[in-house]
Design a protein around this ligand. Structure first.
Ligand code: COA
Length: 325
């Protein structure tokens, strides 16, 4: 068994900011409502000519550079996204081509907001077994392409962005454990109903807005807290650690109230929960990827610290990973 660790990190946020006061001008909402209910002040919006692969490409370049590698050194690219450039080819293949990773296999995974954590755990298995040496893991989303700007209860929550890391043989920043779970019975709570084989695009699906993200926010909220706590505890136990051994939790940035409730239920102080939701909103698979890259860049994690990445999302899916820095 090879030890698998994080060799490099990177992220990319499109420069254009959409603030709550910008939203006040186009819909019946208020800065005060959005901040109190969600903790979000602004989110990033990719321009119309950019697709998810363009965001993922920038984050990937940064992660490969940070790892001190070249694109040719990458053996596999896994992109976690629910907003692929198109149904196929995979966004990972598009990134592989654009970045010039000519020796890499590439595929996408769809585990919604848990996607980056799932992809990290998949990468760990390939490195552990020696099947691959360097795996590029990308979480990238252009969620503003699937939100319904007429639905104020969802569109205020989401933003665009990408984060990436290279997983390879390393004793440092070692992935100690991972846990993944799913509950398909809750799939209807968070979905884009049309555009697949169940409801291909028709005039009716377009007219009824079925290509937009739909969410039962209250239900998702209740389940989110429970499954994030469960996933974090399971991954910590698998790593042979106790809650007190964890220096920082990096959760999926869905809603500040969810994050605070998770802290309370875990019994850890707020300071141990990394938050950047205020600046970016929920970026689905990109959220934990960007948060991990920022926590690393901002030196929030010291050598020897144990950290927990934990996420939940559409599927429903949930997962966590413990990393020793
Ligand atoms: N601005 C102003 N008012 C809004 C609003 C907005 N953007 N969106 C909804 N409201 C209104 C509702 O219409 C409702 O009004 P009513 O009482 O007159 O009917 C009121 O605010 C309360 O709505 P409710 O849905 O109960 O609010 P909430 O406190 O549950 O917050 C969410 C809504 C979506 C912020 C919250 O449920 C949430 O974050 N859920 C989790 C979602 C999530 O994390 N999803 C991603 C999973 S990866």
């Amino acid at each position: 068994m090879q030890e698998a660790g994080i060799l490099g990190l990177g992220c990319y946020l499109p420069p254009k900011r959409l603030t709550n006061s910008d939203l006040e001008k186009i819909m019946d909402t208020s800065d005060e409502w959005i901040i109190t209910r969600t903790g979000i002040k602004e989110r990033r919006i990719a321009s119309s000519e950019k697709a998810t692969s363009d965001l993922g490409l920038e984050a990937s370049r940064a992660a490969i550079k940070d790892a001190g590698l070249k694109p040719e050194d990458i053996d596999l690219i896994i992109t976690a996204t629910i907003t692929p450039d198109m149904a196929f080819p995979a966004t990972a293949c598009i990134i592989q081509d654009k970045i010039g990773a000519r020796n890499a296999a590439a595929f996408d995974i769809n585990a919604a907001c848990s996607g980056f954590v799932f992809a990290l755990i998949i990468a760990q298995q390939f490195v552990n077994t020696g099947f691959y040496r360097n795996v590029l893991v990308v979480g990238a989303e252009k969620l503003t392409s699937i939100v319904d700007w007429k639905d104020r209860s969802t569109c205020i929550l989401f933003g665009d962005g990408a984060g990436a890391c290279v997983v390879g043989r390393s004793e440092d920043r070692r992935i100690l454990s991972g846990f993944m779970g799913a509950d398909g019975s809750g799939g209807h709570l968070l979905s884009v109903p049309a555009g697949g084989s169940r409801l291909p695009a028709t005039e009716d699906t377009l007219k009824n807005g079925l290509h937009f993200l739909k969410m039962e926010g209250n239900e998702v909220f209740k389940i989110a807290v429970r499954i994030m706590v469960d996933a974090a505890n399971k991954a910590i136990k698998k790593a042979g650690l106790e809650l007190d051994d964890i220096s920082l939790f990096i959760p999926h940035q869905a809603n500040i109230r969810i994050l605070l409730a998770v802290a309370r239920r875990l019994g850890v102080p707020e300071e141990k929960i990394f938050m950047n939701i205020e600046r970016y909103g929920n970026m689905s698979a990109a959220s934990t990827a960007v948060a991990l890259a920022e926590a690393g860049q901002q030196k929030k994690i010291k050598k020897g610290d144990n950290i927990v990445l934990v996420a939940f999302g559409g599927g429903l899916t949930y997962g966590a990973a413990v990393i020793k820095w």
